[in-house]
Each structure stands twice: as C-alpha cells, then as structure tokens.
Design a binder for this molecule. Structure first.
Ligand code: ASP
Ligand code: MG
Length: 411
C-alpha cells in the first residue's frame, strides 16, 4: 500500500465529464489499497477568465484582492471532484490551501510555501477518505489567501508529497510523458521512461513546458519521485528521479530541447580594456534584461566583439541600451538579430563520455548549418543557429544521437 499524491491540471478537470473520469481513475487506485491525495487546478481557462475580470476594474489590480479572486477557480474543482468521488462510493473530502494550512510568505501572486501541516491530511487518510486539495493557493501567517504563481498547482502537488513523505507524486496532464524532443518537430521522438531532475530542469527551462520549473526544483530538493502521465490514457508515463545509476544504460543524450524565444545582440570593435564585459552588461542588467549566452572574442587590433542573447521580448529595450553603450565606449557598431534559435542536447551521460559536443557539431555540419554561438555546461551543449534551420537541426541531432524510435513506431 502506497501513499500517492495525484495532480490533475486544468484540461483534465475542464468539464464535468472529465471530472467524473478523474474520479473513476482515483477510485481504481483506491481499490488497489493506495492512500490518495488529489491536487487539482482550476478548470482550463478559468484562471485567465478571472484575471480578465479583475483587469476590467483596474489594469493593476491590488495583489491581495487578485489572490482572493483567482484562488476561487481551484475551490470550484475540489468540490466538484469530491462530489464526483462520493457519488461513485469513494469517501472524499475537499480542502482549500488555507484549510490544510499550506503556509506561505505574503508575496501575493507569487508566494512561496513555508510549511505544510501534514497531520490534518493524515487524519483524513486514516479515516479512509481521499483528500482533495486546491492547487495554486495557500495562506500567509495573518490568514490572507495567497497564490503561488501561474502553473503553481504542480508545486502544490510536489510540496504536499514532500510533506506527507508520499511514495510518488503523479502529475496527470494532456501528454503521456516527457519526450526526447517535441513530437511535432520529430515524428519519431520517443517517450522517456526515466529522466533525472537535472535533465528535466534543462529540458523545461529550454521550452519543454510539461511541468512548472519550480515544481521540478522542489521535487529534486526534497527527493520526491515525480511521474508525468496522461490523464485519460493508460501507460507508465515518465519517472523523474534523482537516480543517475539507473539511467546508465540509457543513451548519452536524453533529449533535444530548443527555444525560439531569444534574440542576439553584438557590439563590434569595442576597445579591449579591463571591465568591458561589465560596462556592457551592467547597463543591460540595470534595464532588467536577463542575458543568456555570452561570447567575447579578442581581435588583433585591440578591440573586441561581444555577443549575447536575450529574450525576444527584451530585444528592443536591450538594443537601445546597447546603442547608448556603443556611443559611450566608442565601439564600431551594434548588430541585432531576432531570427535565431537555440538548440541544446541534454544528458547526464555527457559526464562520462567524451566527444559529445563534436558529434553534435558534425551532425550540424553535415546539414550545412552554421553555428553562431556555442555554450556548454556539465550536462548540456547549446548552439545558436539561424531560426529557419531549427527543425532540420533538431531532426539531424535526434538521429545522430540515436534517439529516433524504431521505424514503424510513431511514423
Ligand atoms: N490555475 C492556475 C493557473 O492557471 C494554477 C495551475 O493551473 O497550475 O495558472
Ligand atoms: Mg498547469
């Protein structure tokens, strides 16, 4: 008998029929003898609808009041799911975040969980009930309702699993697991049986938006085994774990992530003196622009070229700042490029294998794809290329690292 925390996202509880399907699923686990705590999101679209309402009153609604309102989305789904469970003979009880005392700080709309009182839930479980808890919300020390940021129900699920020392936290969603890459780009992408927290963080931060990044960090920190599963299809899903040993037999590369959200900026012919990087990136960061990749080159004529990438939304802002810097520093010119994409190979296997990067570069060279920037970390190699070659690059790398599903499958 296991204790399992199951989280169902907005599309999984998007209608009364779906809520009843979720109830039937939970009932099956109960019949196996497992103790179940369910965390639900609001019905899909509901949180957006509520935020829109608030914005009709004020462009910048008071954060405390916004939390009072947007937290109601989850209050509806917990009650509906508890009713659906009771209707099919499964004793169940619903609680808001405040009621089970998910204690958070007071940072409205982006609160952090400080503590969870597990006793209350444990008592209910002992009494044989399924406990249905509202995701995304908590309460601060003074009793104010708080919310955890968009997509925060994942974090609620993981935090409850950690507090209850659950055997597993299952995240049910509209995909059947984590894939080697986006199946819309590579038809022969495969579901991974296992992936480490570290790899998942890299994949997630690069745009594989299956799980909220914060929830993965939380799960890693507290060693909560996390599993991503399809809400309405059978299957083992993908287990996200600490354990690298068990993945030893897996390919060196676990997945290929990509990102079209970046833009590239270059300042050319900067007089090369100590402090150049700071003089360039200081004002950029002061303008609240986050920098991702950075490349600096020393030229022969005592000037340097300095290139970095930022989020595309920050491009115009960053360009303006950089043009000012170029004037001040007497740099030759500033060049910007938004038609770029970042492609990364991710895998803990890189730690124990040499030559992974060169294999990546070879695969791109074979397709005549020019690499504009490169960055590496312990478990990742990223390149910036022209955006129009993105899909070709991802496919070539997927094949080169032997990630393609056997022919016939997924084709
Ligand atoms: N309902 C919240 C949102 O839409 C929380 C969640 O779904 O995880 O962001
Ligand atoms: Mg979500």
């Amino acid at each position: 008998m296991a204790l399992i925390v199951q989280k169902f996202g907005g599309t999984s509880v998007g209608s009364v029929e779906r809520i009843e399907q979720v109830a039937a699923k939970v009932k099956k686990f109960r019949e196996n003898g497992d103790d179940i705590v369910v965390v639900v999101s609001a019905m899909s679209g509901e949180t957006n609808r509520l935020i829109d309402l608030a914005k009709q009153i004020s462009e910048q609604p008071v954060a405390r009041e916004l939390d009072v309102m947007v937290s109601t989305g989850e209050q509806v789904t917990i009650a509906l799911l508890a009713m659906a469970l009771i209707k099919i003979g499964v004793p169940a009880v619903s609680y808001t975040g405040g009621q089970v005392r998910i204690l958070t700080d007071s940072a409205h709309t982006k609160a952090r969980i400080l503590q969870i009182d597990a006793q209350h839930i444990q008592k209910e479980l002992k009494a044989g009930r399924v406990v249905v808890v509202a995701g995304f919300q908590g309460v601060d020390e003074s009793g104010n309702i708080t919310t955890l940021g968009r997509g925060g129900s994942d974090t609620t699920g993981v935090a409850l699993a950690a507090a209850l020392k659950a055997d597993e936290c299952q995240i049910y969603t509209d995909v059947d697991g984590v894939y080697t890459t986006d199946p819309r780009v590579v038809a022969r992408a495969q579901r991974l049986d296992k992936i480490t927290f570290e790899e998942m963080l890299e994949m997630a931060s690069l745009g594989s938006k299956v799980l909220q990044i914060r929830a993965v960090e939380f799960a890693g920190k507290y060693s909560v085994p996390l599993r991503v599963l399809h809400s309405f299809q059978e299957g083992p899903g993908t287990l996200i774990t600490l354990d690298e040993e068990e993945s030893m037999e897996q390919p060196i590369i676990s997945g290929i992530a990509f990102n079209r959200d970046e833009a590239k900026l270059t300042i050319r012919g900067v007089p090369d003196t100590p402090g150049v990087a700071f003089k360039i990136l200081g004002p950029i960061s002061a303008a609240n622009v986050e920098v991702d990749m950075i490349v600096q080159n020393v030229a022969h004529d005592n000037t340097t070229d300095f290139t970095f990438t930022v989020h595309r939304n920050d491009y115009h802002n960053a360009l303006q700042v950089l043009e000012g810097i170029a004037r001040d520093m007497g740099a030759r010119e500033v060049i910007g490029d938004t038609d770029i994409a970042k492609v990364s190979i991710v895998g803990v296997g890189m730690r124990s294998h040499a030559g992974v990067a060169s294999r990546m570069f070879e695969a791109l060279a074979k397709e005549n794809i020019n690499i504009q920037m490169i960055s590496t970390s312990e478990i990742k190699v990223s390149v910036v290329i022209e955006e129009k070659y993105l899909e070709l690059a991802v496919r070539a790398l997927h094949t080169a690292f032997e990630l393609d599903a056997p022919a016939g499958k997924g084709e």
